[in-house]
Design a protein around this ligand. Sequence first.
Ligand code: TXA
Ligand code: MG
Length: 325
Amino acid sequence: MGEYGSDRGQGEGQLRPDRQDEIGEAARALASGGLVLLPTETVYGLGADAADPAAVAAIFEAKGRPRFNPLIAHVADLETAARIAVLDERAIALARAFWPGPLTLVAPIRDPAAVCDLARAGLDTVAIRIPGHPLARAVLAAFGGAVVAPSANRSGRPSPTTHADAMGETGTRCAATLDGGPCAVGLESTVVAVLDGPPRLLRPGAVTRAQLEAVVGPLAEADDDAKRSPGRLALHYAPDAPVRIDAAGPQVGEAFLAFGPWPDGEGVFNLSPTGDLAEAAANLFSFLRAADRTKPVGIAVAAIPLEGLGEAINDRLRRAAGFVG
Ligand code: TXA
Ligand code: MG
């Protein structure tokens, strides 16, 4: 990766040659203003050409988003990211440590045409990341420019972590869809603003606070403005059934998302029988959906420890339960 050092890769590997056709098709669909269902290592994204305001508007329409929120621009490599955003040395250090991977950096925009005003919601900053999923990276490399992609769910619903779930949300609106298998991480990327002052955690996610602080030192807390940003709204990620968190167990009629040892039974979905937070994160959204499909009176969720990935899991669960952050 040129001046930025080696490509550390995550989930790299040779893509089967028969997928080159699909990759080329997806890149052409993007270039002609279409929407593309894009698998990433975090969640499935609904992608469009970041430079094309009509294509970006189609994302908001397909998601049924009530208002225009800023989107994340996905790019293939650090050179492209640094052409689009102003990445200072702290941003570069974070990029080197976690890209390709589940980290989004918010930085001043350098090339406003590359990520149009609508995609940035008129801000003079841009959210940008290099995803780790090899199919996503191949499409981005073939396309060449930035692809904005929010999670592929309809507004307010859980993010899709499988191709089937994504098809059920917005997939039918897409000119091309790619099946990249179940998402390895299962939670959205961590969003960190690298602007004036210390880097600021805007959305907890797959890269933990401790991992970030090991690279750039203590983070600033998100202020109230940041908490009002769309990924931080209450009743986000919500299934149809009401969600009750920190539950000791299910009440009559409730489905139960357990964590740690728990007897199997009807309506029980164990996020991780061994109490592993990475496994629980990967299962979270698909189990919320599976529990919802049993049409319970509610979904009770066991307490999840707050350490490490638990911060992001608890953030999503609190929003699914409708608590203001
Ligand atoms: O893992 C992910 O991040 C997935 C996959 C598809 O990449 N994408 C995703 O996008 O979660 P979305 O649109 O659901 O969330 C974007 C988050 C929101 O919380 C938004 O407020 C924040 O990024 N964001 C985007 N641009 C921003 C900016 N300029 N300043 C502050 N926050 C920004
Ligand atoms: Mg989302």
